[in-house]
Design a protein. Structure first.
Length: 114
């Protein structure tokens, strides 16, 4: 499986970004997908996930601000991030589990200035 994330950048607090992740070499529609993030000096944490059927879960810190969605026709998963806060600054990774192994994309940096 290959995962390619993009869409990160520098944004002011209160702004928005949309992250995209394209997947290849998998039957995308059958896979649950997720976005994780890792801030400097912290462990990687789950931000949001979406099942193959479209069910979603969110970390409490992003509920009401972030939305995860998928486009199976494009083999892509997205993370719409609104009302960004400085504490959202991190490298964001898209991820899935393939053959019982968690797979990661290369990460995209999100920096939110105060």
């Amino acid at each position: 499986v290959q995962l390619q994330a993009s869409g990160g950048g520098l944004v002011q607090a209160g702004g928005f970004l949309r992250l995209s992740c394209g997947a290849s070499r998998i039957m995308f529609s059958a896979y649950d997908m997720a976005w994780y993030r890792q801030a400097p000096g912290k462990e990687r944490e789950l931000v949001a996930s979406i099942t193959s059927g479209g069910g979603t879960t969110y970390d409490d810190s992003v509920k009401g601000r972030f939305t995860i969605f998928r486009d199976n026709a494009q083999d892509a998963v997205y993370l719409q991030m609104n009302s960004l806060k400085p504490e959202d600054t991190a490298v964001y990774y898209c991820s899935t589990v393939d053959r019982d192994v968690r797979r990661w994309g290369q990460g995209t940096q999100v920096t939110v200035s105060s």
